[in-house]
Design a protein around this ligand. Structure first.
Ligand SMILES: C[S@@+](CC[C@H](N)C(=O)[O-])C[C@H]1O[C@@H](n2cnc3c(N)ncnc32)[C@H](O)[C@@H]1O
Length: 362
């Protein structure tokens, strides 16, 4: 059970105004609850089985998300799923976790679960390499099955906060850090299920001690500003209702001189991101005031480097980028592959000389 968050302080989301906010109130741990230090605030947040620090706890996913499929006897779990039918909410929650567990840990699973046309390393492994360089404190927002925090810790991060809104993913990350292995049901076809088991290699098992699971909203993160050397948004930007607000929060959490890594296929979904909220929904002005109609990747880079005028007012430096394959397994005969655009931005400290590219924007 995680009660201590080494080197991580939490702040009260209820006392915290969204956007730039120097007055966030710290939380203190009292027994099994986090308590806001402001006397006039009565906010309490559960600390067990993992910290769940949300302005409104009803914001977390459906209760079926709380079914810990990976903790059940595997034969019983498969029997349940096969008797419930493929359209049940429980089956869709089990499919969701199986999709991401396979996507993150397929290199640790029996070969028959992966077709021969998929040969590259899992996306979190590629992203950890792209993020590059050691860091002390890292934050991953939207962890899915949680491979990326483990990889960053194995590369030398002293503490990695693994944040997700879905308690199912946070519970999985926490159990994996404790057990170093997992077995869960994975779809074989539309209605049949089979088992998927894997073990962490020693380097990830050792690194798991430095991963801190946190159930929280990336649009309202209960974390102090400028406190992370590395902030990563792996496939979250196009999975959120307000991408601009997410960029503002992620930028605010990144320490001066730190890195912000964003990976996304820009695969917007109507029921998640309203069309008007998408980055490319509106024309943005370049530094000369000319309105530009750009696609997602150019808009993202332009907004973060300041090449496009926006209320965000960022001036980050684009250090590197890559297009990486991202595979999801729906069942044994159906896979989705995305081209994931990944960028490493450096948060230029105030008054630091900027890159030539940045200078041309002002
Ligand atoms: C498309 S999945 C990507 C998972 C993983 N990063 C990957 O690349 O495989 C998006 C993840 O973000 C999480 N998520 C969605 N909205 C969130 C929010 N507002 N705050 C935190 N996490 C969120 C989902 O629960 C899910 O784990």
């Amino acid at each position: 059970m995680t009660l201590d968050l080494p080197a991580v302080s939490l702040v009260c989301p209820r006392c915290r105004a969204r956007g730039p906010n120097p007055h966030a109130t710290p939380l203190s741990l009292h027994g099994c609850v986090w308590v806001c230090n402001r006397p006039s605030c009565d906010a309490r947040y559960p600390a067990l089985p993992f910290p769940a620090v949300l302005r409104d706890l009803s914001a977390i996913a459906q209760p079926v998300s709380l079914v810990p499929w990976h903790r059940m006897d595997i034969d019983a779990a498969i029997a349940w799923l096969e008797s419930m039918g493929s359209d049940s909410m429980a089956a869709s929650a089990a499919r969701r976790i199986a999709t991401y567990v396979w996507s993150h840990f397929r290199d640790r699973m029996p070969a028959e679960l992966t077709p021969s046309f998929i040969g590259d390393a899992p996306l979190p492994v590629l992203l950890a390499q792209l993020a590059g360089g050691p860091c002390q404190t890292a934050l991953v927002m939207g962890i899915g099955a949680g491979r990326l925090p483990l990889e960053l810790a194995a590369l030398g991060a002293e503490v990695v906060v693994a944040l997700d809104l879905d308690p199912m993913f946070v519970a999985f990350a926490q159990d994996l850090a404790r057990d170093h292995c997992a077995t869960l049901p994975i779809p074989q076809g539309a209605v049949r299920w089979t088992r998927a088991s894997f073990e962490l290699p020693p380097r990830l098992a050792e690194a798991s001690r430095r991963v801190v699971p946190l159930c929280a909203d990336a649009l309202d993160p209960p974390l102090p500003h400028r406190s992370f050397d590395l902030v990563v948004l792996p496939n979250l930007l196009d999975n959120i209702s307000d991408p601009l607000a997410l960029l503002a929060e992620a930028h605010a959490l990144t320490a001066p001189g730190g890195r912000l890594v964003i990976a996304t296929p820009f695969a917007w979904q109507r029921n998640v991101t309203p069309p008007a909220a998408r980055l490319e929904a509106q024309p943005w002005c370049d530094p000369t005031g000319v309105a530009r109609c750009l696609d997602g990747p150019e808009t993202l880079v332009g907004l973060l480097t300041g090449e496009l005028r926006s209320p965000l007012g960022f001036r980050m430096h684009l250090e590197r980028s890559a297009v990486l394959p991202w595979h999801l397994r729906l069942h044994a005969r159906q896979f989705n592959t995305f081209e994931c655009h990944a960028y490493v931005f450096r948060n230029v400290p105030p008054h630091a000389p900027s890159s030539a590219r940045d200078a041309s924007c002002r």
